[in-house]
Design a protein around this ligand. Structure first.
Ligand SMILES: O=C(O)c1ccccc1N[C@@H]1O[C@H](COP(=O)(O)O)[C@@H](O)[C@H]1O
Length: 251
């Protein structure tokens, strides 16, 4: 049977997660995750609905104010999640029982924890045991060093933390190269390979995607354990459409 112009036939499909990051009620993109580097793209609900209409099966939704500790967009996040018919991965400021309960109550498919995995490991081990694959951990790295609190503080060694989380049963990792994030400079394939070699859990790639070729390159890592890729700036900058991206990674 003929196959599409995307990834080689027989390769499992790379999941694509278009990102909607919310700051001060607006959909924004940052460069290197730095506060103050925002470009605004308007209403987050409209952005999320447009990715859904374009065929997304996942939405990566981030409360940036909660991640930075500059307030939160909880109502907006709940509104967007509630309006989605697709799966939602929710990130930003999920650090204790109250914020976790609020996040899970939105009906999101899973949450993604950053700072908590670095600062309150006992709590994270407990909620992994309670919620299984509804919990992912975001490994946001610069070099080999993890960063928390809006990526402003060092949080330990990537591979030591990964080994600890693996032993606690963490179901999945969202791996972001901070140096690449929001830069349209291409993904850090070496980092992704390194993480895949160190764990048998699925990995979602994040940071740097600029072109369909970048997505095809990430898709070659599916057999090594990369399950998905978050796409942000490239979609907002119209480097390609989501329809083109989905086609590019479908076997
Ligand atoms: O996504 C970003 O651009 C981003 C930038 C700066 C900080 C955080 C960012 N995103 C997400 O937030 C979580 C971390 O939140 P927390 O530490 O759990 O409060 C991180 O994993 C990213 O998914």
């Amino acid at each position: 049977m003929p196959h599409s112009s995307g990834a080689p036939s027989g390769t499992p499909t790379l999941e694509l997660l278009p990102a909607v990051d919310v700051r001060d009620g607006q959909a924004v993109r940052l460069v290197h995750g730095e506060s103050g580097s925002e470009t605004s793209y308007g209403d987050p609900l409209q952005a999320a609905l447009s990715w859904q209409r374009s065929g997304a099966e996942w939405l990566h939704l981030v409360d940036l104010d909660a991640a930075f500790g500059t307030g939160d967009n909880r109502d907006r996040i709940a509104e967007v999640t509630g309006a989605m018919d697709i799966k939602v991965e929710l990130s930003g400021g999920i650090r204790d029982d109250a914020s976790l309960a609020a996040a899970l109550a939105t009906g999101c498919t899973r949450v993604n924890l950053g700072t908590a995995a670095l600062e309150t490991p006992e709590w994270v081990a407990k909620i992994i045991a309670e919620h299984g694959d509804r919990i992912a951990v975001g490994l946001d790295v610069r070099g080999r060093t993890l960063r928390g609190r809006g990526w402003t503080r060092d949080g330990g060694d990537l591979y030591e933390t990964l080994a600890r989380l693996d032993s606690e049963g963490c179901a999945r990792y969202v791996v972001t190269d901070i140096n690449k994030d929001g830069t349209l400079q291409g993904p850090n394939l070496e980092l992704l390979r390194g993480v895949c070699a160190a764990t048998d859990r699925p990995v979602v790639a994040s940071g740097g995607v600029s072109s369909l070729d970048d997505l095809r390159a990430i898709a070659t890592l599916v057999p090594e354990g990369v399950e998905g890729a978050i796409v942000g700036k490239a979609l907002y900058a119209r480097a390609f459409t989501l329809e083109e991206a989905l086609e590019a990674v479908s076997p």
